[in-house]
Write a protein that binds this ligand. Structure first.
Ligand SMILES: [Zn+2]
Ligand SMILES: [Zn+2]
Length: 367
């Protein structure tokens, strides 16, 4: 892989000394061109590939720390291809622009980049329908995938007023029923129009007598308590997204975004998709080496060969393919074994005698 390393600057079409603003703008332009939702069906496959590539490049070059590592020739994602790209996969263009530029840009990209690229209006992005939850996962769960019980609260339209917040509704006199008001704002791109929810009807487009069930909010809160499948190989900080499980709003249903939090384990550390297992090794085994059986992180029986004279901290064996699987179907990581020489503290009489003999031999050798 190392020799064929991709050139992220070339992918985004920016010079090596590009500023953050140049990188943002280049990514925005390419995302407009290659977002999989925006291409005709026959370009879909290419768009997905290109989009993943530009997302990956942007996730590295837009992060000062990762960019510095990348410039030094270090892989900032620890051998996981497209690790950063996951951040943008499954995001709509509007969400992406919101991430890059912060809120407030509404329809502006349609004008800059030409061509009817209307992003979602501000009203809907302000009414964020996604529910975010954090789910802890042990290493063995990450290895095999898991069913995780998740409990959360989400909004649903009020059954009494149907989400209007008012009874006997009539058209709002401020926004004329649009639910939105327009406002002119200036930015470095020039003047543009932002839409905001109408302050009088709070975006509902209607006014009237306040609903008693929801107190005029238009929604009620419901509890969800169910299991969700987390596929194998989803790592710390990555997300599993369930569409249609978020808040139920008037304009649609949001997503449940499950953020994976990996629980630490004293016996294992992770290097990208590789797992490093620390094996306790007794002094005689460290001296003489030999085959040792042990249980892997999922309880599976594995065997490795300890080399003669293995040293403390040395990674001495590799069990191929027993690391973390790739949910995208790529090659799984390996299980690496590191030696920890464990000095016994309780000895039988025979053991003590044998150690004493060893020590006497050692003392005779002293000058
Ligand atoms: Zn109501
Ligand atoms: Zn209104």
């Amino acid at each position: 892989m190392r020799g064929t390393k991709k050139d992220y600057y070339e992918i985004l079409g920016v010079p090596r000394d590009a500023t953050k603003e140049q990188i943002d703008a280049a990514f925005a332009k390419l995302a407009m061109r290659w977002h999989p939702d925006r291409v005709p069906p026959e370009q879909k496959e290419e768009a997905e590939r290109r989009f993943k590539e530009i997302s990956e490049a942007y996730s590295i070059l837009s992060d000062p720390e990762k960019r510095r590592l990348y410039d030094m020739g270090v892989d900032p994602e620890g051998g996981i291809p497209h690790a950063g790209a996951y951040d943008f996969m499954g995001m709509g263009l509007d969400e992406i622009f919101e991430r890059i530029f912060g809120g407030g840009f509404g329809d502006i990209f349609g004008d800059i980049f030409g061509g009817g690229a209307r992003t979602r209006t501000r009203v809907e992005s302000e009414e964020d329908l996604d529910v975010h939850v954090e789910v802890p996962m042990s290493l063995s769960e990450i290895l095999t995938g898991a069913e995780k019980r998740v409990r959360y609260r989400r909004r649903a339209p009020c059954p009494t007023c149907g989400g209007e917040g008012v009874l006997n509704p009539r058209t709002c006199h401020v926004c004329g029923g649009r639910g939105r008001v327009r406002e002119h704002r200036r930015s470095f791109f020039g003047t543009f129009v932002v839409e905001r929810p109408c302050p009088n009807c709070r975006g509902a487009g209607v006014e009237g007598e306040r609903c008693g069930t929801c107190g005029g909010k238009g929604f009620v809160v419901e509890e969800v308590d169910r299991s969700f499948h987390i596929p194998a190989g989803v790592l710390d900080g990555q997300k599993v997204i369930y569409r249609g499980m978020g808040h139920r709003g008037r304009r649609g249903v949001g997503r449940l975004v499950i953020h994976i939090r990996e629980m630490s384990d004293p016996k294992y550390e992770r290097m990208g998709r590789n797992i490093v297992y620390t094996m306790d090794i007794t002094p005689p085994r460290a001296v003489l080496g030999g085959e040792v059986a042990f249980r892997g992180p999922t309880g599976e029986r594995l065997k490795v060969r300890v080399p003669e004279g293995v040293q403390e901290g040395e990674i001495f064996a590799k069990v191929e393919g027993k690391g973390i699987p790739d949910p995208k179907g790529g090659r799984p990581g390996d299980l690496l074994v590191r030696a920890h020489i464990k000095v016994p503290t309780k000895l039988s009489r025979l053991e003590r005698d044998l150690y004493r003999q060893l020590l006497e031999l050692e003392e005779k050798r002293l000058p």
